[in-house]
Design a protein around this ligand. Structure first.
Ligand SMILES: Cc1cc2nc3c(=O)[nH]c(=O)nc-3n(C[C@H](O)[C@H](O)[C@H](O)COP(=O)(O)O)c2cc1C
Length: 213
């Protein structure tokens, strides 16, 4: 069931991976095609390779400042109402290239991901659909007060999942992806999330039950 959406929400999409034939790039392209097909969304898909950045180094930060690629990535994130990304799982966790980008972003003030809505997708040739990396990948974003949607979309055996045109061979994958994306977008389009104003809520609770604090 579709809910009313805010006029033209801006969605920024990327796969934090460099490999040309990346399965996650295939997945985010399909997600982008779907989001673009929905009325009321303006979805921009960018190659992570476009955002050039060195490994985080405090000396580079002091002497040269935040790298240009990170400033550009930050602009895209800041301008977006929601961010959808498809990340591989490396050794049960977040790939170093993505963690590196988050580490650079976290050195900006304000931190661009703070308060932003994120949706995580993942494609892997393995059978667990990125279930282990899901926890680890969302963690640094959440530490920075981003809201990462509790559900994620993972494609297991993704090396077999796409046809020569990059479409899902199994329509069940397509249906599940579309269902979750729509659910996330509907959630993200709400003006207030359960986590907005959490600090105000906690303060109010202290004053209403002073003895418990
Ligand atoms: C360093 C490294 C670690 C990996 N660890 C995992 C893993 O923990 N779980 C998994 O399912 N696949 C793992 N893989 C396999 C990746 O899922 C696979 O290479 C995938 O194609 C990478 O995503 P991409 O196609 O978008 O580049 C690993 C691959 C590499 C290079």
């Amino acid at each position: 069931m579709k809910e009313a959406k805010v006029a033209s929400m801006k969605i920024f999409m990327f796969a934090p991976v460099y490999r040309k034939d990346s399965l996650n790039k295939k997945l985010i392209r399909l997600a982008h095609e779907y989001v673009e097909s929905l009325p009321g969304y303006e979805a921009e898909l960018r190659e992570f390779n476009d955002f050039k950045m060195p490994l985080y180094d405090g000396d580079i930060e002091v002497n040269e400042g935040i790298p240009q690629g990170i400033l550009e990535l930050a602009e895209k994130i800041k301008a977006a109402d929601a961010i959808i990304f498809s990340s591989p799982e490396y050794n049960g966790g977040i790939p170093g290239v993505f963690k590196n980008a988050i580490d650079w972003l976290s050195r900006m003030n304000p931190v661009p991901v703070e308060g932003k809505q994120f949706f995580l997708m993942t494609a892997t040739p393995g059978s667990l659909a990125g279930a282990r990396g899901n926890h680890h990948t969302r963690w640094p974003l959440q530490i920075l007060f981003a809201h990462v949607y509790p559900k994620y979309f993972g494609v297991p055996r993704a090396d077999q999942a796409f046809d020569e045109n990059g479409k899902f061979k199994d329509k069940k994958h397509e249906a599940q992806m579309q269902k979750l994306l729509l659910e996330f977008l509907t959630y993200a389009s709400r003006k207030e999330t359960p986590f907005d104003n959490l600090d105000v809520f906690i303060e109010e609770q202290k004053h209403s039950h002073p003895s418990q604090h």
